[in-house]
Design a protein around this ligand. Structure first.
Ligand code: SF4
Ligand code: SF4
Ligand code: SF4
Length: 326
């Protein structure tokens, strides 16, 4: 994508009277860091970038910032929010539309066809973070790092994020403005992570998740970063009744993770943000992808691809098999 074109279009969008601000990516303060940019004018638009480091899903701000209560005596600013999205991010927007978490006339979707992001953990492991900002670009069939003037070409497979290896929708599924040309979807990798867990017997699977959940410090970063964890009254915060106790131990952690996984079944769009932000590296994607696959195989439903779809968890067919439907 041409950065000049991106910045020009972003400046035009934020100049519109019906647009409050634009949320996009900009360079962070050091190393590989990328920061969310809340852009209100042409100067802010000139800082926007789109690179293999822009892995964060900014759709979460549509509910995190935009749904905050308006202080008494103030009027809500009803103008639109413009949002830059990759394919996976656009699925989060679509799913929010399906759930009526947002309305279509509240957003201007700026689609960015996505050739795939680098895995930040793999990147820093191979090329440790520096104090100076590092530029990373797509280059042919790989990534090009510019570290203090030294250019390093890295094959795509060495750094591509797991979510991108498994990505079915690299092009935005909805957009009002599309930046650049659509990318050619690539051959999907095998989901070795889910297969590894599925390959164990029941006891082995229990042991696996026990070991993972025991590590959880219940920081709730995974919940807070998730574009689809936006209930104002989350059961995890409830004290009366208390659904999940505050104690950090295997039992309560397991309740938390199972509750969250089931709340996201048929809703998780696979952006991988929960796993990316987990400070203790719990492979949450394996849990979410397993449930996503069950929903796709058993019910033929895939979240975040059709804005006109009925929400999976809030709909049923009269001829659905099973006597569990009351
Ligand atoms: S999952 Fe797909 S759309 Fe999302 S960052 Fe990876 S390649 Fe891009
Ligand atoms: S981000 Fe990781 S440690 Fe924090 S609550 Fe989620 S799973 Fe637990
Ligand atoms: S559960 Fe994780 S992968 Fe799924 S939508 Fe939320 S942050 Fe993205």
């Amino acid at each position: 994508m041409n950065l000049g074109q991106l910045r020009k279009i972003a400046a035009e969008v934020v100049a519109r009277e019906d647009v409050k601000y634009l949320i996009g990516w900009k360079q962070g303060s050091y190393g590989y860091r990328i920061a969310p940019g809340f852009v209100e004018d042409a100067a802010g638009a000139a800082e926007l970038i789109f690179s293999p480091l822009c892995t964060a899903n900014l759709a979460t701000y549509l509910t995190l910032v935009e749904k905050l209560p308006v202080p008494r005596g103030q009027e809500a600013d009803k103008r639109k929010v413009a949002l830059m999205v990759k394919g996976c991010d656009s699925r989060a927007v679509t799913q929010l539309l399906v759930e009526k978490g947002i309305h279509r006339d509240e957003v201007v979707v700026i689609g960015c066809p996505c050739p795939g992001m680098v895995d930040p953990a793999l990147l820093t492991e191979k090329y440790p973070e520096t104090e100076e900002t590092v530029e990373v670009k797509w280059s042919g069939d790989g990534f090009l790092l510019n570290r203090s003037g030294e250019e390093i070409k890295v094959p795509r497979d060495e750094l591509l994020a797991e979510k991108c290896r498994l990505c079915r929708y690299p092009n935005p599924v909805i957009s009002d403005i599309l930046l650049g040309e659509a990318v050619e979807p690539w051959e999907l990798a095998e989901d070795n992570g889910v297969a590894e867990v599925e390959g164990k017997d029941v006891g082995g699977r229990w042991d696996y998740w026990e070991e993972q959940f025991a590590k959880c410090v219940r920081c709730y970063s995974c919940r807070n970063v998730c574009p689809l964890c936006y209930c104002q009254d989350c059961i995890l915060d409830r004290l009366n009744p208390t659904w999940v106790n505050r104690a950090v131990n295997f039992s309560e952690n397991t309740s938390f993770h199972i509750a969250r996984a089931f709340h996201l079944a048929g809703r998780c769009i696979g952006c991988g943000e929960c796993e990316r932000v987990c400070p203790v590296n719990i492979p949450l994607g394996r849990l979410n992808r397993k449930l996503a696959r069950e929903v796709r195989d058993k019910y033929g439903f895939e979240p975040g691809v059709d804005p006109e779809a009925e929400p999976f968890q809030a709909s049923f067919k009269p001829d659905d098999p099973g006597d569990f439907i009351l």
